[in-house]
Design a protein around this ligand. Structure first.
Ligand code: HEC
Ligand code: HEC
Length: 408
């Protein structure tokens, strides 16, 4: 159990323990008012924060880096989580995790992993233009033992040499505009969406919970801690959220020009980056603006999302972050959005699932939004909406910064 504790130590605990006010606030900014603005993963968040420190390499920050020399230090843990997940093991499969002795090389698996890291780097360098195309998961797929031989009877075709005459070709992909238009229709249509001028949303935010902290039986329980949040949006860009956390209430707002954050420990102005994010979140018509929001959108195929068939659109944000959007082939609704962060070992996903769509004033909204990660216990969240009111009469002043209290 000690090892689990150490795993936690390097996973979320790092993040949770240090979850100073600042961190909580950044986290808070991820709460979408609308549905497409889920923002950045907590992994990405941790990265962002670490990146604010001078960008050191992994070997400058850690004791025994040989294969990953030159890797930005902020990528080391995401890469470890990717290796862990690709092999379906815990950190202590490769590490002496007791007392955090991750630098020791005593376990054979760690030595093997180092060889594998070099092999993967060579494959990508020599055959894939240096892009992290082949990863541990390409071969391992959740197991320590990749399977070389296809199973007997796989793809049991009557004629194994060529397709039968008359086999219908696969369905053609729908046009991008068809998918986006169907989405707008499914949500209630442009007119209905444009008629919403304000919205108040009450929700429960479920977050990771650390139990038995500091003991050998420490554990992270996914989505076990609950906060309550009330979000008010007013067209075109006013935003207010009041979040009740175990450490007190955090309020943040944007009145169209000034962004502010207030908690028990004081009040401060929002950073420009946070304001940019909150403006997007405040937008009640973001679903109509997908083409404006992304630099590029391409329909790439059809995939399953749980029981549903979905058209997949690959998207590139203006910041060059890649996303995949999954639209229900039948209903047209957005089922899933996957946001990818590039690391040395391929893409690190943040997956947001939109469920339980309900119509409110003729506009459909997802009442459950689940955000999942490779190491979900440490980072996963869910937002469960309990109440939505729209087109309320609001006072502009409620979005203004409160009279200054103690400055942070
Ligand atoms: C499949 C094996 C494997 C797994 C699983 C794994 N690691 Fe690693 N880890 C390595 C290897 C190999 C290195 C050294 C990399 C190098 O030489 O560049 C390393 C290095 C590290 C280091 C740097 C130690 C130092 O000071 O030099 C840390 C910290 C670390 N891992 C944490 C973790 C955590 C936390 C997990 C679980 C989420 C994990 N690792 C899972 C193989 C693994
Ligand atoms: C090209 C396919 C391929 C890729 C990519 C790959 N591996 Fe492997 N790996 C294998 C095979 C095959 C074995 C089993 C070798 C054997 O049985 O002799 C193996 C074995 C291992 C083992 C030893 C497992 C045990 O039984 O103890 C570790 C650890 C490992 N790989 C880690 C990694 C890591 C980490 C990565 C990514 C950096 C990776 N591998 C990428 C093919 C691959």
């Amino acid at each position: 159990m000690q090892t689990l504790w150490q795993d936690l130590r390097y996973g979320a605990r790092r993040w949770l323990k240090k979850s100073s006010f600042k961190l909580i606030v950044v986290f808070a900014l991820m709460l979408p008012g609308g549905i497409l603005t889920a923002g950045h993963s907590s992994i990405a968040l941790t990265l962002t924060l670490q990146n604010q420190q001078p960008d050191k390499s992994a070997e400058q920050v850690n004791q025994n880096i040989q294969a990953l020399k030159g890797l930005p230090a902020s990528q080391l843990l995401p890469v470890m989580h990717q290796m862990r997940a690709a092999l379906g093991v815990r950190c202590d499969y490769c590490h002496i995790a007791e007392n955090g002795k991750y630098w020791l090389d005593d376990k054979p698996a760690k030595q093997t992993a180092r060889r594998m890291l070099r092999m993967v780097a060579e494959i990508n360098q020599n055959h894939f233009g240096g892009q992290p195309v082949v990863t541990c998961n390409t071969c391992h797929r959740g197991s320590t033992a990749p399977v070389a031989m296809p199973g007997v009877n796989q793809g049991a075709f009557a004629n194994t040499t060529r397709a039968e005459p008359g086999t219908p070709p696969p369905d053609p992909l729908p046009a991008l505009d068809t998918i986006l238009e169907k989405y707008v229709q499914a949500l209630g249509g442009r007119v209905a969406l444009e008629s919403i001028k304000s919205r108040m949303t009450r929700l429960t935010l479920l977050r990771p919970k650390l139990v038995n902290a500091g003991t050998p039986s420490a554990a992270m329980i996914a989505r076990a801690e609950s906060w309550t949040v009330e979000i008010t949006q007013q067209a075109p860009d006013k935003y207010l959220s009041v979040m009740t956390t175990p450490d007190g209430v955090i309020t943040q707002g944007f009145n169209g020009s000034v962004g502010w954050v207030k908690s028990a420990s004081g009040q401060r102005a929002m950073s420009n980056a946070a304001i940019a994010r909150i403006k997007q979140q405040a937008d009640l018509q973001q679903e109509l603006k997908l083409k404006e929001r992304y630099a590029k959108l391409i329909v790439t195929g059809k995939e399953r999302v749980a029981e549903r068939e979905a058209w997949v659109i690959e998207a590139l944000t203006p910041e060059q972050r890649r996303e995949k959007l999954f639209f229900d082939a039948q209903s047209g609704l957005l089922l899933r959005r996957v946001s990818l962060t590039r690391t040395a070992l391929g893409d690190d996903p943040e997956q947001t699932d939109y469920e339980d769509y309900r119509a409110v004033d003729g506009v459909k909204l997802p009442f459950r939004i689940t955000v999942s990660y490779l190491d979900d216990n440490h980072y996963g969240t869910a937002r469960i909406v309990s109440e939505v009111q729209q087109n309320l009469t609001l006072k502009d002043a409620q979005f203004d910064p409160p009279p200054p209290g103690k400055q942070l």
